[in-house]
Design a protein. Sequence first.
Length: 103
Amino acid sequence: MSDLDWNAEAEAMARHAAQHFPDISRGAIAGRQSRIAVVFANESGRDPAAVQDEIMRIREVLDQESIRILGFAEPAGDGKTWAMIVESEDVELLNELLSDLAD
């Protein structure tokens, strides 16, 4: 992967998700680079401890699937949306993993 600042890219994508997908509680979309996807969540009104627990569970599932996390961000002042940049093009699999966590 390139020398891109992945955390800055995650912050930009969190802002993008908040603006374009505000009604989706969590999901995955293709990234702006090849072989990259964005996992995101809109957490408005959720307990911060529950959000952190969910982020840890998502990290664990991605690790189990050997999907590398390149960057993570929660935009300053937002408190509602976060995003992870992951090394995967399989958006369908990522959405399935996120859906399984919700069950």
